[in-house]
Unconditional design. Structure first.
Length: 399
C-alpha cells in the first residue's frame, strides 16, 4: 500500500478500510421489523449467543479467491451501559485440511480501524466485494491457518448508530465475537480454541479494552495474547490535536459515537446549523468521505458552546480511558514515534500504566513511519508474536 498524499492517509486513517459508499448498498438490518427482531433476540440471549447467520465470502481484493469459507453473523453483545445489544460480524475459516491431530485451530478476534459511521461501511459489507483494505492484513492471519472473526462493532451494520470510540462497548463486541465464532457449528472451532485479540487505532482501542475486560467479562475464552497498536488510550487528549486540523472529521465522528452511546449528552443541543448538517452527513457515510468533508473544521465554528468543556462530556470521555486495569494475559503493544494522528505519548503512557499494574507487556516503538504505515510494517512481526503465544513459548516483557 503506497500513500501518496496526506489526504490519502486520511482516507484510510484509523482503519485502513475503504468500504463501499453508503449510497451504493442497502442498509443492513434496516427497518422496523429488523430492529424489533434484534431487540427481542438481545433480551432473550446471553452475550456471544448467535442471533442470525448466513453464508458470506472473504476477498481481500475484488474477485480475489481465497481458500476460506465465511459467514456473516449477528450475535448478542452488551452496550457500554450494560444493556443487551445485537452486533454483526464475519467469521472466516481457512480451508486447509487441518485435522484433529493438528490440535484446535487458533482464533483471532480482530478489531478493524475506522471505517465510518454508515451501515454500509461495516467490514461485513465490504468483505464479499473485496473493498475492505484491512482484509489484506487479515489474509496474513488466515494464511497461517488461523480462523478470524471480525466484529462490525455496535450500531455498524445493525439498527442504531455506531458507538464510535466508546471503549467498553467495543471491548464487549470483540470478546463476544470470539464467543459467537466458537458457537458457530460450521466454523468447526473447539470450545477451548486458543484465542488471540488483535487491532490497530480504533481497533487498538477496541482490542485493548477487550484485553482489559477479558478476565471479568469473558473469562472462559482461552485468550493467549493481545496485539494492539496506535491506541487512542485517552480520548480527551486527542481533541486539541485534531481541532481545526486535517483530522478534525475524526473528532466530530467521535462526538457522534459518544452521543450514540450516551443519549444524555445531547450533542445536537451544542451544535449550530452547520454543526448539525455535518454530523448528519458523517452519520451516513464512510471514512474516506467523512474525513475529507470534516477536515480543517474547528469546534468553535460548529457549536454554540463547546461540549468538551462540560462535566457530562468529560466524564463520559474519561470512561473510555485505558490503563486502569491490567490485562490478564501477555500483550504486544506498539506505536509509531512519528504518529501524526494519535500521539506517541498516548501509547507510551498506556505501556507505563499497564506495567505499573503488573501486566506482561512487550513494548515496541516503530522508529520509521507514521500512523497508517505502522500497522502495515508491523503486521508480520505482530503475527509472529501471536504464533509464539499459541505455541506456548515464554514471553519476554519489556516493563
Amino acid at each position: 500500500m503506497r500513500l501518496r498524499t496526506k489526504a490519502l492517509a486520511l482516507a484510510v486513517t484509523l482503519g485502513l478500510s475503504a468500504a463501499v459508499p453508503a449510497a451504493a448498498s442497502a442498509e443492513t438490518g434496516a427497518g422496523t421489523s429488523a430492529a424489533t427482531a434484534a431487540e427481542t433476540a438481545a433480551e432473550t440471549a446471553a452475550p456471544g449467543d448467535l442471533v442470525a447467520t448466513e453464508p458470506s465470502s472473504f476477498h481481500p481484493l475484488p474477485g480475489q479467491p481465497t481458500r476460506t469459507k465465511a459467514w456473516r453473523i449477528e450475535y448478542r453483545s452488551t452496550t457500554a451501559l450494560g444493556a443487551p445489544s445485537v452486533v454483526s460480524g464475519t467469521v472466516i475459516v481457512p480451508q486447509d485440511g487441518r485435522d484433529a491431530d493438528d490440535g484446535p485451530r487458533p482464533l483471532i478476534t480482530y478489531a478493524v480501524g475506522t471505517v465510518g459511521l454508515g451501515d454500509s461501511c461495516a467490514p461485513s459489507a465490504g468483505f464479499p466485494h473485496g473493498t475492505t483494505l484491512e482484509a489484506n492484513l487479515i489474509q496474513q492471519l488466515t494464511l497461517r491457518g488461523w480462523a478470524v472473526v471480525v466484529t462490525d462493532y455496535e450500531g455498524l451494520g445493525t439498527p442504531g448508530d455506531h458507538t464510535y470510540t466508546v471503549g467498553r462497548s467495543a471491548g464487549h463486541a470483540v470478546l463476544d465475537a470470539a464467543r459467537a465464532a466458537i458457537a458457530l457449528p460450521e466454523a468447526g472451532l473447539a470450545p477451548d480454541a486458543p484465542v488471540g485479540i488483535m487491532g490497530y487505532s480504533q481497533g487498538g482501542q477496541a482490542s485493548s479494552w477487550a484485553a482489559e475486560l477479558h478476565g471479568s467479562y469473558a473469562p472462559e475464552l482461552n485468550v493467549k495474547g493481545t496485539v494492539t497498536g496506535g491506541v487512542p488510550a485517552k480520548l480527551a487528549a486527542l481533541a486539541p490535536v485534531h481541532d481545526g486540523s486535517y483530522g478534525s472529521g475524526l473528532l466530530f465522528m467521535a462526538a457522534a459515537g459518544q452521543d450514540a452511546a450516551f443519549p444524555e449528552l445531547k450533542l445536537d443541543s451544542y451544535l449550530n446549523r452547520a454543526g448539525k448538517a455535518l454530523i448528519g452527513f458523517l452519520r451516513n457515510n464512510c471514512v474516506a468521505v467523512d474525513t475529507t468533508v470534516g477536515s480543517f473544521k474547528k469546534i468553535s465554528d460548529l457549536t454554540v458552546r463547546d461540549p468538551l468543556q462540560t462535566p457530562e462530556w468529560q466524564r463520559r470521555l474519561s470512561e473510555s480511558d485505558l490503563g486502569t486495569r491490567a490485562p490478564d494475559h501477555p500483550v504486544y503493544l506498539y506505536h509509531a514515534l512519528a504518529d501524526e494522528l494519535i500521539p506517541y505519548s498516548l501509547g507510551r503512557g498506556l505501556r507505563d500504566d499497564w506495567c505499573a499494574r503488573g501486566a506482561d507487556v512487550r513494548w515496541r516503538t516503530i522508529w520509521l513511519g507514521e500512523h497508517v504505515s505502522g500497522v502495515i510494517t508491523e503486521s508480520v512481526r505482530a503475527g509472529d508474536w501471536l504464533a509464539g503465544r499459541f505455541a506456548g513459548e515464554r514471553t519476554s516483557g519489556t516493563c
